[in-house]
Design a protein around this ligand. Structure first.
Ligand code: SF4
Length: 395
């Protein structure tokens, strides 16, 4: 056990009762999580989260940090909504608006396919020109042209929008998209579930209950999904804890979430910076660690390097994160809002980031089948492949 965890468990530590629950594998409560957020003892919180991460990983995998060779596709940035924190899409800003044809989606996907990607992560704005038929065509075409590439696409908000546009249930919408080629769903659009924050931020889309229902419906249809939380939009500690607890409750019911991804807002192109507190690195590490501790039924917590930057993502591995996301190739949404991270990282660079932080890089597929495990950093400073494994996709 680490020295830091020993100190957290010491009876003189005000957090020792929570540390004891963590070590015994007991579920921590709302009140526990609020106390963790209120504490300045980041070292103890990190030590508890690291312990929880290693136990969740299982014997022999304690130091694994996952990544995927993937690309992002954003077929349209035109959106009927006007969430105040969004710099990506705005119906008033027609000059920047674009909508790709099916052929253009294929052309862009082809660039990733040529580089050997395993996953397409596709999300976009709520655009009436991109209806259910459009996405059925896009997914069928992707499936036909690149049958070996997994399609992770459509946030719950997009599913909700398409179902309403079509006048059908979310279940039927999902079934049609699955038939066309959808294989899993990303976790976007959850933002913060609290209604008062959503109202201040003009978030009219898919409220908490509906967002959770759509993920539950997807799980029942056999899709794995992810979940997110957006911070830096005027939320309180309680709002964050309640958001994560709603995800834990949903996971207890339907069990299809793979990964939780804490996100932070960037403010370029928005008018909210003066009325909200921007999360610091300290806040982000707490979000990572406390979500690892609360979400005892989620296998993975992601340090999304495109938002955190590579350095903070590396630190987050010691605070409960075990996934760095992917090579991405091109990302438009966070870059529209001002992040300065590079637009792509080569696999070798991601592996180096993970290994140089003291962890073992593991290339995965979308649903966390292991593709390749790398040895710890070698004399050359680069990790080496340890065990190329045969891939057996489960979805
Ligand atoms: S956050 Fe999503 S729903 Fe809101 S304006 Fe941006 S693209 Fe549209």
């Amino acid at each position: 056990m680490s020295t830091a965890l020993d100190q957290a468990l010491n009876a003189t530590n005000p957090l020792s009762d929570i540390a004891n629950k963590v070590v015994k594998g007991e579920r921590i409560s709302r009140a526990d999580a609020i106390r963790l957020y209120q504490s300045d003892d980041l070292v103890s919180i990190g030590a508890m989260a690291e312990f929880a991460r290693m136990r969740k990983a299982g014997p022999g995998r304690e130091k694994y940090v996952y990544y995927i060779h993937n690309m992002h596709l954003n077929p349209t940035n035109y959106c009927m909504e006007t969430c105040r924190f969004c710099s990506y899409a705005n119906p008033e800003d027609q000059k920047r608006a674009y909508t790709w044809t099916v052929d253009k989606v294929l052309e862009e996907a082809g660039k990733g396919a040529a580089l050997g990607i395993r996953e397409i992560h596709m999300v976009g704005g709520l655009n009436p020109a991109c209806d259910l038929n459009y996405y059925e065509e896009v997914m069928s075409a992707l499936r036909k042209s690149f049958p070996h590439i997994h399609i992770k696409a459509m946030t719950a908000v997009e599913i909700d929008y398409l179902a309403n546009l079509e006048g059908i249930s979310v279940e039927e919408t999902l079934e049609r998209l699955i038939k066309a080629g959808l294989q899993s769903m990303p976790g976007g659009g959850a933002e913060i579930f609290d209604e008062a924050v959503r109202e201040r931020m003009a978030v009219k889309k898919t409220p908490a209950e509906r967002w959770l229902h759509i993920h539950g419906a997807a799980h029942k249809l056999g899709l794995k999904t992810n979940a997110t939380m957006l911070t830096g939009i005027g939320e309180s500690i309680e709002n964050k804890v309640d958001h994560v607890l709603l995800l834990r409750e949903q996971q207890d019911k339907t069990g299809g979430f793979m990964c939780f991804i804490p996100l932070k807002c960037y403010y370029d192109g928005t008018n909210i910076a003066d009325e909200v507190k921007e999360p610091t690195g300290y806040d982000i590490l707490k979000d990572v660690a406390i979500s690892r501790l609360l979400l005892d039924n989620f296998d993975h917590i992601k340090a999304y390097w495109i938002q955190l930057g590579e350095s903070l993502a590396q630190v987050a591995f010691s605070f409960g994160a075990d996934d760095m996301d992917g090579t991405i190739l091109e990302e438009k949404i966070t870059h529209a809002a001002g992040t300065k991270t590079p637009l792509q990282l080569a696999k070798e660079s991601l592996e180096y980031q993970i290994a140089s932080a003291g962890y073992i890089p593991v290339e995965r597929d979308t649903v966390y089948n292991i593709v390749r495990v790398c040895e710890p950093v070698t004399e050359t400073g680069m990790p080496q492949p340890l065990k190329p494994l045969e891939l057996t996709p489960t979805v």
